[in-house]
Design a protein around this ligand. Sequence first.
Ligand SMILES: NC(=O)c1ccc[n+]([C@@H]2O[C@H](COP(=O)([O-])OP(=O)(O)OC[C@H]3O[C@@H](n4cnc5c(N)ncnc54)[C@H](O)[C@@H]3O)[C@@H](O)[C@H]2O)c1
Length: 315
Amino acid sequence: MFITEKPTIGVLGAGLMGHGLAQVFAVKGCDVTLYDRDEKILAASLDRIRDNLNVFVRLKIVADNEVEPTLKRIRRVNSLEEMCRDRMFIVEAVSENLSLKRKVFEEMEPLVPADTILSSNTSAISISIIAEGLQHPQRVLGTHFWNPPHIVPCVEVIKANQTDDDVFETVYRLMAQVGKTPVRVLKDVPGFLGNRMQHALWREAIKLVENGIASAEDVDKVVKSAFGLRLAFLGPLETADLAGLDLTHEIHQDLLPELDRSTTPSPLLEEKVKRGETGAKSGQGFHSWPPEKLKRLVEQRDSVLLRILQQVNSE
Ligand SMILES: NC(=O)c1ccc[n+]([C@@H]2O[C@H](COP(=O)([O-])OP(=O)(O)OC[C@H]3O[C@@H](n4cnc5c(N)ncnc54)[C@H](O)[C@@H]3O)[C@@H](O)[C@H]2O)c1
């Protein structure tokens, strides 16, 4: 399948992920339509993108005079129909809810020609189930961007049971064309690649706190000041190779039986959620989050991530 130099992109949902997705494509010269049923969220999206771009300008990744032309390439529209018009690729980023996702895909189908590619940014819902019952499920696949999508390079391109090979490879190339680091997820498994690994780590981290082995502060500190440091440069399998697979085998023989293997959320997590301690949004989770601390951390996160990426890319 052919990708034009300036692909036409539709983004459905302008929330946390959607506004950043619009930015990803617009920065690379694509013509973007952006739609959200919530008028306030849609109205605020361009200012959020401008704020994001200003961080890039401060770090000299984007030139000052590129900000307005980038914003001009994003057209906020007031209906699904307008968002779908003349699009080569549409990415859905509405709330994480299966029936909602199935509904919006059903609504989009009659609004686009059979060769418009439709993707979902779902974190965990099966793409094959979203595509079930559509007239042309072969043009549906997953593109799982990570938050913040305008900064984190990886996009997991997920092949659903019905996805056509050519569609899959076209989207893989499109992601590379807009400067992302695509990976192929060849089977539609829950959590794809990244969230399976990430939540295996979180399950163990929560269990260590629940069992009183260390504080939440110290659990986070071990990741940040030990093995987490190298993760942006070396993956776990590269690290296992460097450590030696014989040593890895030895350690797994002794350690794997000791690790948490729960198949339900931990009692500590259940208790916190019941108490309303839902993390940053409520001000309290494993850590406490006064608003100024949270604001500073999110700003620092974006600029630290960009600087790590600059460093890794220059090696
Ligand atoms: N937040 C993350 O860290 C993250 C990371 C990766 C993937 N995702 C996935 O991305 C998707 C979006 O997540 P988010 O965090 O941006 O959520 P969000 O709640 O910030 O945004 C969702 C947006 O969808 C809009 N919406 C809902 N129904 C709609 C409809 N019928 N038509 C038009 N707009 C509609 C809402 O108004 C809202 O603005 C989810 O599937 C989520 O799992 C999220």
